[in-house]
Design a protein. Structure first.
Lengths: 306, 312, 551
């Protein structure tokens, strides 16, 4: 196990390095320039290129960037002049992660419960209800969900704050809006996977052994059925925690999502790279955890051997 | 089995029947191919049939409704700005006075094409690659999964913008751009499933019998994960529809005055308080399509499940 | 049994949820510490003004400011030589000033006043501010606004040392500023442009590239000092070192970045904001509001004179486009009748010789309802010149940005032109970075949607766009007569004669149909009744709450 993890960590570092390299060169292929003022004169453009070191050969810029990165320095944003990318991420990430964690807790716990209930009561009203929730959750996009929640709970009924982040009650609506899609997909996958597991031989064996229904459900069915959910959660966790553009802008949460989209539309090279590296680290770690979880949750998969 | 005790068995009492090769292979029940059987079972599932009918109806409306209406999808009308639904405009008008009924069906053409095509392509590609990774494991798996991580880490906006630069704009561009990263989700998840399945007895049995790996994957493993795949597919379609809406807004989607459900919903939501019908119409059609697809998907899943084969 | 399972799972999930919230509660309060007590200003007698904008300021470094919001915030916390208030020029740090006979040399006499840290404001701070603006090493996007100062351009391009810039401190309280050319609107520009404010050399040097990155990395000379820039919220407090602090009534101002305008409107209605700009879609909800101001933005279409599509550079075709557009219909469809249709380039409110330009000069231009017959005549001419036999053979491409509003505008223009002229218009959407980064500068377009906000209240700021040697003449328009008029206007010291020249120049570009004017933007807004003295302006800044008060 330890050997496997070390191997995976090394692989993760290599992955990140390749990711950074690929993105570093890809952003240079994007149409447009990072300096986008309508009133930019040629003289000023030249000065700015010099300031950000664009007059040097590309490979030099690349090595410079990697060197800075090794010191944990993402550089200065080109759009928000004078601010470092580290500062912007440091400001936004706690908010994104905060709302994200609440949303994930909500989505995973309720999603799994719904999925189990639906599968256990297949064809009944409970099942139908869970299916409807799942369908609404996956087919109503976040921008509609967020706006509707805000309109009804915030404006029309005045039960919860409309927007901004000033305390617990401010996080309820964004967390719900953010959780809805994940909740729906978790419950869908859990349901399908439970139904799959119910027919397996080992469940029959367990029944034949005379195990209680409860024990079978918890120890055998859920433990086996949860695997696809775990697989799905790796990337989901990474993207939910690093912020979502739509929900954050609807609820005016000062998170990272806005910068993620803005950096691309503004060609803010250093911000794109910083965001990518940060997100990439998250993703790689999440996926690593998922792979390790395989080994823990699923008794049949012994990691390392084929 | 009733033999008289005293009677001695003599050779004469037996007749050599010989081998009848035809009879040996004879199966009383009519032979059904996998898909025939699936279709037979699907037909019995009422909910699935309702789903199928809705989808076919929407498909037909998308093809014909725009021709049958007196309105053009792009004609603006200063006197009908934000008009509410009425007999004149069945679903009302948008903020430039365009008839929403026609726009919904013009949008359906784009959205259904993109949603179905990209989700299906993603599913196929993802299933094959995920299947291979999960089945073989080891180095192949390690390398593929790292590539997947890298692809997933590149902001999808950058990928889309670059694809557009290379092959120009259009529905195909959108589909390709979505497929470059879209298959990853399915891949990861099929891989996980295959990991779980490959230790099972029927796979070991097939291996021992010398069945080639590729056949095992296609014939044994894929049908076993099909249920989850179909569920996944149903969830991927709305995802694709809305991704298209997002891309349309940053100028990477379909070009105006063409529209799609996602674009209509996005334009409508801004008018939530002024003209709620503008968001209600696209949202209704997206949701019912998803409902239909899910019903159909569930039916399909049961129909193709190898363990339920032959049962009624 | 099922119930047991359910209750167990719910219990588990609840406890996890509660745990997570608990774990994060401490962080919440930490993150909230700065904002918690500001939630409602009504509890205390503090006068608090809370407002929002959809755009986040890019910087509060005066030399690098490049957007309206940047300017608005800097305008509140830094004091320039003079202060522009709703278009009027009032003394700022300069108590009095003289202009030399030739209109080239200003001598400013500074008052005794301090920075927010107690240090006196000196003439050297102004000299350093301008030198830093133009120093190529600063790489300011708005450096061109310093080109009015003698040798400004040469310093900006690195041909001269910063010390050769035409600004010097005679003594601590006397600043001498030489201009490159006489400039009638110079002081009004200084009153609103953040690039002319004083900057403290020691502060810049101690923070380096991080200067002004956060509230505590700068010092303030203006009526307010910035106390926090965290979490997309800018908090200002009254500056007790400000020379005119008795005239300042607000104690605290909170500016929030709220990118969804509908969210901001909802917050206004809930009483969480005191001022909010209305998006054009929402104006209809508030039938009775008449609160609006011109934000100075003129929107128009660039027409590429060097386009690969020959018909686009044909003058008659461009006229056909202009006459063929019913601007009233366009405004109704694209902007919900919120903006005003425009058939000229210069926004009428900018300063003329003595009154506003719009009052002094009325231009005879394309009818707002369009004129189909005239348009068709021009189209016929254009077609015969370029060898087309039928309008349907003509296909032009309209480039626009990814903003939702821009897309709608493009769709409406497409529809109106296709119907009126029978030509085909296709739409190409590109990102914002793309349109100003490469599409417009490289001339890689046929017709493109763009707009211009004035930097100073003078027609020149708009007209300059069509001067052939101007960096942002994206339409590659060249007319020697026009160029000469603009060039001459720079040295003309008679105000009236100069204005006539500019008017003449505008007539030329309209006659040449060098562009398609569309609209001037009217910004509707909601403002809490209890506030008075909030000013609106159309150059460099839109909202000015410095002298606002609570009734």
């Amino acid at each position: 196990m330890a050997k496997y993890i070390i191997k995976r960590v090394i692989a993760a570092i290599i992955t990140l390095f390749v990711l950074i390299t690929v993105v570093f060169f890809l952003v240079r292929l994007m149409p447009g320039e990072p300096f986008t003022s309508a009133k930019l004169t040629e003289e000023v453009a030249l000065n700015m290129e010099k300031y950000y070191g664009f007059d040097k050969p590309l490979y030099m810029q690349y090595f410079q960037y990697i060197e800075n990165l090794l010191h944990g320095n993402f550089g200065y944003s080109m759009f928000y002049t004078n601010k470092t990318v580290n500062y912007i991420i440091g400001q936004g990430f706690p908010f994104s992660a905060d709302v994200g964690i609440r949303a994930l807790m909500l989505a995973i716990s309720f999603g799994i419960v719904f999925g189990i209930l639906a599968a256990k009561n297949r064809g009944t009203k409970i099942d139908f209800f869970c299916v409807i929730v799942a369908i609404l959750g996956t087919s109503i996009p976040d921008f509609i969900m967020g706006a509707l929640l805000q309109y009804f709970f915030g404006i029309k009924w005045g039960l919860l704050p409309v927007a901004k982040y000033r305390g617990f009650e401010y996080t309820i609506l964004p967390a719900c809006a953010l959780a809805f899609y994940t909740l729906a997909s978790v419950s869908r996958i859990m349901r399908a996977s439970m139904l799959e597991v119910v027919q397996q031989d080992y469940i029959k064996t367990a029944k034949a052994k005379g195990l209680s229904n409860f024990r079978i459900t918890v120890k055998h069915q859920i433990r086996n059925a949860i695997m696809p959910v775990i697989t799905m959660l790796g990337p989901t966790v990474a993207s939910v925690l690093t912020g979502t553009f739509v929900i954050e802008s609807i609820f005016a949460i000062p998170g990272m999502g806005k910068y993620y989209v803005e950096s691309v539309t503004q060609n803010d090279y250093s911000m794109i790279l910083g965001m990518t590296v940060f997100y990439g680290m998250f993703l790689v770690v999440c996926n690593l955890i998922v792979d390790i979880l395989y080994g823990i949750v699923d008794p049949r998969v012994r990691i390392g051997g084929k | 089995m009733h033999v008289e005790k005293n009677k001695k068995l003599t050779k004469e009492m037996f007749v050599v029947m010989g081998k009848n090769a035809d009879d040996m292979e004879l199966i009383i029940r009519p032979t059904l191919s996998f898909w025939q059987d699936a279709w037979r079972r699907l037909k019995k599932n009422k909910a699935a049939i309702i789903g199928l009918i809705i989808i076919v109806c929407y498909g037909l409306l998308a093809i014909f409704a725009p021709f049958l209406s007196q309105y053009e999808y792009s004609t603006m009308d200063t006197s009908a700005i934000d008009a509410s639904p009425s007999l004149v405009h069945w679903l009302g008008c948008d903020s430039t006075g365009r008839d929403l009924w026609v726009r919904i069906w013009m949008g359906a053409r784009v959205s259904l094409t993109i949603g179905l095509l990209s989700a299906t392509i993603n599913m196929c590609v993802g299933a094959v690659i995920g299947g291979l990774c999960g089945f073989y494991g080891g180095k192949l798996d390690m390398v593929m999964m790292r590539i997947v991580d890298i692809l997933y880490g590149i902001p999808s906006l950058i990928i889309t913008i670059l694809v557009m630069v290379v092959i120009g704009k259009g529905v195909m561009t959108l589909i390709i751009a979505m497929c470059i990263v879209g298959w990853i989700g399915t891949c990861r998840f099929v891989r996980g499933e295959v990991y779980r399945l490959k230790g099972q007895d029927f796979i070991s049995a097939a291996k021992i019998l010398g069945v080639p790996d590729i056949v095992i994957i296609v014939q044994q493993i894929i049908p076993n994960v099909l249920g989850l795949l179909v569920t996944n597919l149903c969830m991927a379609i709305p995802g694709a529809i809305f991704q298209e809406a997002f891309l349309s807004y940053i100028g990477l989607g379909i070009s105006p005055p063409n529209c799609s459900w996602g674009v209509l919903a996005k334009e409508g939501i801004k008018m939530l308080r002024v003209a709620p019908h503008e968001v209600a119409a696209p949202a209704f059609f997206i949701c019912t399509t998803m409902l239909a697809l899910n019903l159909l998907g569930d039916g399909l899943r049961d129909a193709v499940d190898p363990k339920l084969r032959g049962t009624d | 049994m099922k119930k047991k399972l359910l209750s167990l799972l719910v219990a588990v999930s609840m406890s996890i949820g509660a745990m997570a919230c608990g774990a994060y509660e401490t962080e919440d309060t930490a993150a909230d510490a700065s904002t918690a007590d500001t939630g409602s200003g009504s509890e205390s007698s503090e006068k608090v003004f809370r407002y929002s904008d959809t755009v986040e300021p890019t910087t509060i470094d005066p030399s690098k400011a490049n957007s309206i919001v940047d300017n608005e915030l800097i305008h509140a916390c830094q004091e320039s030589l003079v202060r522009g208030i709703g278009g009027k020029v009032e003394p700022g740090i300069a108590e009095s000033w003289e202009l030399s006979e030739d209109g080239l040399t200003y001598t400013f006499h500074l008052r005794d006043t301090n920075w927010s840290d107690g240090q006196p404001v000196t003439a050297d701070d102004f000299v350093y501010g301008l030198q830093r603006l133009l120093d190529p090493a600063t790489a300011s996007e708005y450096a061109f606004i310093g080109e009015y100062v003698k040798n400004g351009y040469a310093v900006e391009t690195g041909e001269m040392e910063v010390s050769e810039l035409g600004v010097r401190a005679e003594d601590d309280k006397t600043l001498v500023l030489e201009l490159e050319n006489p400039c009638a609107y110079f002081l009004s520009m200084v009153g609103t442009a953040s690039q002319y404010v004083p900057i403290r050399k020691d502060i810049v040097e101690s923070y380096g590239a991080d200067f002004a990155a956060t509230a505590d990395k700068n010092v303030y000379s203006g009526p307010f000092k910035l106390v926090s820039t965290d979490n997309m919220m800018y908090v200002f407090e009254k500056n007790d070192q400000y020379w005119n602090k008795d005239a300042i009534n607000l104690d605290r101002v909170e500016f929030s970045v709220i990118s969804e305008s509908n969210t901001a409107v909802a917050m206004y209605e809930n009483g969480e904001l005191d001022f909010v700009k209305l998006p054009t879609d929402s104006v209809a909800q508030y039938d009775d509001i008449d609160s609006e101001f011109m934000n100075g933005n003129e929107d128009y279409l660039y027409i590429n004179e060097e386009s690969t599509n020959k018909i686009v550079s044909n003058k008659n075709f461009r006229k056909a486009l202009n006459y063929g557009l019913n601007r009233n219909d366009y405004i109704a469809l694209a902007t919900n009748n919120v903006y005003s249709p425009s058939n000229t380039l210069v926004m009428p409110l900018v300063g003329g010789a003595s009154k506003s330009y719009g009052e002094e000069y009325t231009l005879d231009s394309y009818p707002l309802d369009g004129d189909i017959d005239v348009a068709k005549e021009y189209l016929e001419k254009a077609m015969s010149e370029e060898g087309y036999s039928d309008p349907s053979e003509i296909e032009i491409e309209l480039t626009t940005t990814d903003l939702e509003a821009s897309k709608k505008i493009a769709e409406v223009l497409q529809e109106l032109w296709q119907n009126a002229l029978g030509i085909t218009v296709t739409i190409r959407q590109v990102t914002y970075a793309d349109i100003y980064g490469s599409v417009l500068p490289n001339g890689d377009y046929q017709i493109a949607y763009g707009g211009w906000g004035p930097d100073y209240s003078d027609p020149y700021t708009y007209l300059e766009l069509f001067k052939s040697d101007c960096s942002y003449n994206y339409s590659n328009y060249k007319n020697d007569e026009f160029d000469k008029l603009l060039e001459d206007s720079k040295t003309e010291t008679d105000v009236k004669a100069r204005m006539d020249m500019l008017n003449e120049a505008e007539k030329i570009i309209l006659e040449d149909a060098a562009f398609v004017p569309l609209q001037c933007r009217q910004q509707h807004y909601l403002l809490n009744d209890k506030f008075t003295g909030v000013e609106f302006y159309f150059c460099s800044i839109n909202i000015d709450w410095v002298y606002a008060d609570v009734e």
